[in-house]
Write a protein that binds this ligand. Structure first.
Ligand code: DOR
Ligand code: ZN
Length: 367
């Protein structure tokens, strides 16, 4: 008999469902991988930059985007959180009203021009000490942060001693915590030793999501063959960073790290002079996370090993956002399974681990 793990359905607390014809397929892929609920990022076109009201040409509201997602199959989730995209038009009143109506649970900081559809973001200095962050504190709204310093170039942006992420966690995050003593923060998709250690040493009001790709791959995997479906932001880093991320998620009893795949579909990856950032892991994220835990030395067939994995995948995230873990189950069985390139309306979509050295070593089933 091959080993099998029965787990509570898990929560993906950072993903992208986008807009348009393919939304239903992205949601279906999430439901098919035992996902009980999702935090759907607001960097749509147009961005989700209002709380209430109908769509306009320049902004959707959480209310209108939520209806789009519910009509596309997200009504099958137990939880659906849509953060508000922080833009120059965000006001403290919007935060107060959103909190009161119950629609607003989280806000998202994007570094301007730092990643896909992030051009509406405003630099972090504008927010620190300001009334919008104060309103988040007072109303217990979570701040989700894409933690990369904006506007860095060349070796300031990325080399072995410094990256945009390490700068952000060394310089900005300490200031945010000093200025906003009550603010609850999720450091999204962390990739570096600096960020992992920062979060581990912070109080429990600070948590982090980690993607499957950042627990499995380093920049060598990306560069060798220029496998650009592994290109996401923040970009995969070095061996010492991977080791620190693995240590963070496998520390017994840890409560601050949880699953957030950053699954980010792009049907056109290569552009004329660049590459769209985002890896797609819809359909296979739990299998990839299981492989990463095993590569980190965790015996998933032991009780302790399974408990570590369950914390990360199924319970820490809901606890941070204030809801209960799922009571329904899904199963991972140690048996290889195949992932193939998907054909979507706008073109092909290449999920991980297609093209990588290792195929999935786990198979997922649910009732
Ligand atoms: O790789 C990424 N893709 N990082 C982000 O921050 C955004 C995401 C996307 O929306 O494609
Ligand atoms: Zn993302």
């Amino acid at each position: 008999m091959s080993a099998s793990l029965n787990l509570p359905r898990w929560y993906d607390l950072h993903t992208h469902f986008r807009q348009g014809a393919n939304v239903a397929s992205y949601i279906a892929d999430h439901l098919a991988m035992g996902c009980a609920g999702a935090l759907a990022m607001p960097n749509t076109q147009p961005p989700v930059a209002l709380v209430n009201g109908p769509e306009t040409d320049t902004a959707w509201s959480i209310e209108s985007y939520r209806n789009i997602l519910l009509n596309a199959g997200a009504d099958a989730f137990d939880q659906l959180i849509i953060p508000l995209y922080l833009t120059k038009d965000t006001t403290p009143e919007m935060i107060d009203q959103g909190a009161e109506s119950g629609l607003l649970k989280a806000c998202k900081y994007y570094p301007p021009h730092g990643t896909t559809n992030s051009e509406h973001g405003v630099p972090m200095d504008y927010w620190i000490g300001g009334d919008v962050f104060r309103a988040l504190e007072v109303n217990h709204i979570v701040l989700c942060i894409h933690g990369e310093e904006h506007g860095l170039f060349g070796s300031d942006y990325f080399d072995e001693n410094q990256t945009a992420e390490s700068v952000f966690y060394s310089d900005r995050l300490p200031r945010i915590l000093d200025e906003h003593a009550e603010l609850r923060i999720v450091c999204e998709h962390i990739t570096t030793r600096v960020a992992a250690e920062f979060v581990s040493n912070a109080t429990e009001r600070v948590a982090a999501t980690i993607t499957p790709q950042h627990l499995l791959y380093t920049v060598g995997h990306l560069i060798q063959g220029l496998r650009y479906h592994l290109y996401c932001l923040p970009v995969v880093k070095f061996e010492q960073d991977l080791a620190a991320l693995r240590k963070a998620v496998t520390t017994p009893g840890q409560t601050q790290f949880f699953a957030g795949t950053d699954s980010a579909p792009h049907t056109t990856k290569a552009t004329e002079c660049g590459c769209a950032a985002g890896c797609y892991t819809g359909g296979c994220a739990p299998q990839l996370y299981a492989m990463a835990f095993e590569e980190a030395g965790v015996d998933l067939e032991s009780e302790d090993g399974k408990a570590l994995f369950e914390r990360f995948l199924c319970t820490n995230g809901p606890a941070f956002y204030g809801f209960s873990p799922s009571e329904k189950l899904f199963e991972l069985r140690r048996e290889p399974s195949q992932v193939e390139t998907l054909q979507r309306d706008e073109g092909p979509l290449v999920p991980l681990p297609v093209g990588m050295e290792r195929e999935l070593t786990w198979t997922l089933t649910q009732d």
